[in-house]
Design a protein around this ligand. Sequence first.
Ligand code: AMP
Ligand code: MG
Length: 341
Amino acid sequence: MSNTLNENASITSSSILSLGIESTAHTFGVGIVNDGGKVLSNIRYVYRSRTGIHPREASRFMSRHAVEALSEALSQASLSLKDLSIISFSRGPGLGPCLRTGATFARFLSSYLKKPLVGVNHCVAHIEIGRMLTGARDPVILYLSGGSTQVISYLEGVYRIFGETEDIAIGNFIDTFARSAGLSFPGGPIVEELARKGRNLIDLPYVVKGMNVSFSGLLTYLESLIGKYPIEDLCYSLQETAFSMLVEVCERAMAYLKKDELLLVGGVGVNTRLREMCRKMCEERGASFYVPPAEFCVDNGAMIAWNGILHYTKGDILPVSQSHILTKWRVEDVSVKWWEG
Ligand code: AMP
Ligand code: MG
């Protein structure tokens, strides 16, 4: 659960109040945002398990906490249900049982309150809250989370993927290594902490193929080194190698697309060393680097609420009868009607 809100939003009064429900993987989030971009509340309940995400267990966790999260979000915003204008929910991509829990809750609220329902793409929501909070206009976006590793940018009406992982996502890679090394889940923050004490850079496979990256060979090799080198040096070398690969493909995308902004989003974007490497690359190119506060890098309801407003103002309302979830919804399939680059 989290309480830090963006106090910097310029507009505080508004006519549209959007409730956003996030439930794609481990986080049940409920946020309330107005059409001036003010985040009025952002409540998160995070399912944790030592052995990764079990979709059915995670969805049960979400059902248990849904009402609690909603009432905390309303009270944090000093609002009641009848004040809400629209109900936005994360429609995909994500884990079926988790998405269904959030969607069912959203459909119920929309029907009961007689308020429009808006279906939001989780990945587009990460990008749009990042743009709104940082002021990035037309960036290359590095989207890094437990299940995603993509280099994205806007072109002709949609966000397009210019580079991605050919196998496992960066967050999954770090978490799997951490588990093999006996560290707890999620491994990202622990690996970051240990990496700070690492001193020796171990030579590891560096796999960049054009605009794509690959982590599975690096993972296997790192796992074979556990116990042979200090864990601090392994974590340090993991971060230096994997993050360099990602920064390299971003730099290439910025050069090809002639864009001078980089926006980092997703849970792995919390990492201080990664932020430092992105910032340095941008400085060297005369470009600007943007990353939202940690609370908005991780999965959260506020980003769904904000993207719901962007859709709603362009007339995108989803009838309850057609509001099935889309577990594999690709970012290119969303028409970005609100774009003003
Ligand atoms: P998300 O899927 O966007 O919620 O992000 C979750 C992923 O972010 C997990 O794989 C975590 O291990 C990873 N993560 C969280 N904090 C950090 C960190 N400080 N450094 C690297 N990865 C992190
Ligand atoms: Mg996410």
